[in-house]
Design a protein around this ligand. Sequence first.
Ligand code: COA
Length: 432
Amino acid sequence: MATEIDHPYEFRTFPAAAPDGRADEATRNWLAAEARGFHESRMTAEAIDLAAAVIAADGRRLTGVYTTSAPESALAPEVPVATFAAYEHTLNVGGAELLPAHLIAGVTVRPTHRRRGLLRRMMTDDLTAAHAAGHALAALTVSEATIYRRFGFGTAYSVDSITVPAGHRFRLTVPTTGRCELIDAHELVSIAPRVFSAFHARTPGSVDRQQAYWRRSAGLAGPNGGADDTVRAIVHYSEDGAIDGYAAYRVHEGERTTELEVIDLVAATDGAYLGLWELLGSMDLVDTVRFDAAPADDPLRWALADWRAVRTTSRSDRLWIRLLDVVAAFEARGYLPGAEGEVVIEVADDLGFATGRYRIRVAGGRAHVTDGEAAAPDLELEAWVLGSLYLGAVDARTLASAGRIVERTPGAVGRLAGLLTPVRPVYGVTHF
Ligand SMILES: CC(C)(COP(=O)(O)OP(=O)(O)OC[C@H]1O[C@@H](n2cnc3c(N)ncnc32)[C@H](O)[C@@H]1OP(=O)(O)O)[C@@H](O)C(=O)NCCC(=O)NCCS
C-alpha cells in the first residue's frame, strides 16, 4: 500500500483544461514535465495549447507532484516532479456492451526524484479511487514491462511489427471485395473516427481512442503541431460504397530501398483489412511495407500465397489490464455460445482489490460469478495473471506452463482456457 515518502511533496489532482484553446498554467506545466519525463523535445507554446485541448477533450484528470521549493536555477516548484493522468474510455470485452475502463497514462517521475515511492503512491491512490468509483478494471500501455505487475497489471495481448515485400512477392490468393481510393489525408479527421468506432464495436481488446489520434492520422500533427505533409491516405469502400477502412502512411526513400511505413490502419471488416493491404502491397516504387501494430495472428499471412512474406520483426505487449472488481469484469465479458462449465479460482492481490475466491459459471454466452466461495479452489493465481487471462488472448495453459497458475484440480486449467476463449480474435490499435 502507499509508502511513506520522506520529502515535503504536495500531490494535486486537477482536470486538464484549455479554456479558449489555451492551456491553463497547471496543465501547461504538467505537459512540459511529462514531455521531459519521456525525454521528448521541448514543446512550443502552440504545441502545448494543442495537446492541452486534446487531453481536456478526453476528460483527463492530471496528478502532479510538487516540491515546496527549488534551489537557484532549478526548474520552478510549479513544474511537477512527477506526472500521472487518468481518464475513462470504453474497452471492448466481447460482451453485449462496451465496458467503461479506467485508463492510466502520462506516468513520469523526474530522475532526481525517482525510487522514493512517488509512482507507488500515485498508483495506489489512483486505483483506490477508481475502485471506490465502481470501475471493473484499469488498463494502461507501458514503456517497460518490469514496472506494473507489482500493481496487479498483466499483459492482455501483444501486437507485431511486420515487414511485407511489395510487388511480385505480395500476392493474395483469396478474392478481395469492394475497392480502394487515394484520398487527401486531411479528410481522415472526419472519416477516421467513424471507421474506428465500427472497428471498436466489433473487436475484443479495442480501447476507444483518445482525440490525439485523428489529427495524427490525418497529417495534422507534425512537428510543433503543424501539418505533416509526408502523410498520405487511402480508404476502402465496401461493395455498397460505404467507407469501412483506411490507412495513413508515408514513404521513406532510402539509398537502396524504399519503405512504405503504415502510420495507422483501421479496418471495420475483414474485407477492408485485406483490401487495404492489397493496395499497400502493390504500390509502385516501394520495396517493403512496414506496420508496427499488426495483429499477433495476422489474417494477412494466411491470405497471401507466400506465408513467409509477412516477417515479424518484433512483438510488443500492447494492453495491460488490472481487475478492480472481478465479479463485474467477468460478468461483463462475452463468452462463446458453446462454452459451458465452471471453475473456482483463488486470487491473491497485494493491493487487495481482487483478493478472493470466485466461482465463475459460464452458460449461454454469459457468466455468473460469485465471490466468497466456500469450496476449495480449482486454481490459484495472482491478480496480474488474471489481468492477462481476462480477454482470452493469453491461454491459461501457457500461464500454467510458466508456473503462474497453481492447478489444484486436475484438468481445471484446460477448463478455464476453454471458458475464456474470446468471441473473436483479440486485437487493438490504441496506444495511450
Ligand atoms: C517508471 C517510473 C515512473 C518509476 O517511478 P518511481 O517513482 O521511481 O517508482 P517508485 O519509487 O514508486 O517505485 C515503485 C516500485 O516500482 C519499481 N520500479 C520503478 N521503476 C521501475 C522500472 N523502470 N523497472 C523496474 N521496476 C521499477 C521500484 O523498484 C519499486 O518497487 P517496490 O516498491 O516493489 O520495491 C520512473 O522511473 C520514470 O519516470 N521513468 C521514465 C518514464 C517512464 O518510463 N514512465 C512509465 C510510463 S508507462
